[in-house]
Ligand binder design. Sequence first.
Ligand code: NAD
Ligand code: TYD
Length: 349
Amino acid sequence: MMKNILVTGGAGFIGSHVVRLLVNKYSNYNIINLDNLTYAGNLENLNDIENKPNYSFVKADICDYDKICAVFSEYNIDSVIHLAAESHVDRSIKDPFSFAKTNIMGTLSLLEAAKNIWNNDFDNKLFYHISTDEVYGSLGDEGYFTEKTAYDPHSPYSASKASSDHFVRSFSDTYGLPIVVSNCSNNYGSFQFPEKLIPLFINNICKSKPLPVYGKGENIRDWLFVNDHARAIDLIFHNGSKGDTYNIGGFNEWKNIDLIKVLIKTVDKFLGRKEGESEKLITFVTDRAGHDYRYAIDSTKLKNELGWEPSLQFEEGIEHTVKWYLENQDWINNVTSGEYQKYYKEMYK
Ligand code: NAD
Ligand code: TYD
């Protein structure tokens, strides 16, 4: 069946992988990538597919309701995969307003546009909202987040994502809008902006710059290769139950400091340095305010209902990722020029 899918945030990290997968896999779908090209959005991420006949790009702000309605009409949109967001916890601590604006008001504007333009004709329509495991809060040493875990966000980022999830579900309950939500753990892979732990640290190790480890480096994250997230999104988009939620994660928990040592070992190996040479770059710095201790996703439902499993072992994914950043120095140099320098100085002064 033919589809016209609006992917928001398609020029960002995860969005670009989702757009690439859909454009290449479904020549009968039109993929309309709507992105405002903030500091985190970069059309270079999509160079390889930008000339495909089933791909279009629209530069727009998801908060601009009139523009979003116009795009729905012009492209006859029947499905939305909504990834556009402000996504970095540290930035949310410095500037919570922009997180409320984009993540809450932007999502609401998309929901209103979908409801009003589809005008109660919800056959073959879907609003798929991409969210995060951070809405569930922080775990102790035991247990996992399931789809039934109560929301308990702690950062302005996770609070804004939690609010957007509630709005999406409210549109299903109140207006019958066909929705699906997925909540994923931390992603890693190519094209991630080097403000997040893994690309930031790979870049700093390469350049022999200090590695700013928050607190004692004992916080735990559950890491998933971004292409596996994109595969899960494809599956949930096509086969997920309407109104339902799916958790996505790889059962792959790492204490930050252990993960950092793996990054050091891998980068040093590729650069022909002595094993562990860059460990001297580790610098313990003041902890992040409200730093969640542990995230761990139980993705059993996704496995049992839709047959999804991660495709890669972590070591393989990290090797692949390190290699990509080392081989794409132009990309790194482009995204870290200009505004990034100011951000870096301000954040790690
Ligand atoms: P990202 O910051 O790399 O990309 C966000 C994209 O959204 C950028 O291209 C940016 O230009 C665009 N954007 C921002 N504000 C916009 C606006 N007002 N209008 C239009 N476009 C706008 O983020 P990401 O890491 O790719 O995350 C994508 C989604 O996945 C987010 O919703 C995030 O909450 C969620 N998520 C991310 C992770 C992760 O580990 N990165 C994990 C789980 C869920
Ligand atoms: P991050 O990649 O920002 O993802 P999130 O906070 O959304 O999980 O951070 C991952 C972990 O790494 C988190 O526990 C914070 C820590 N961290 C550092 O220790 N130093 C850093 O410079 C950054 C960016 C993160």
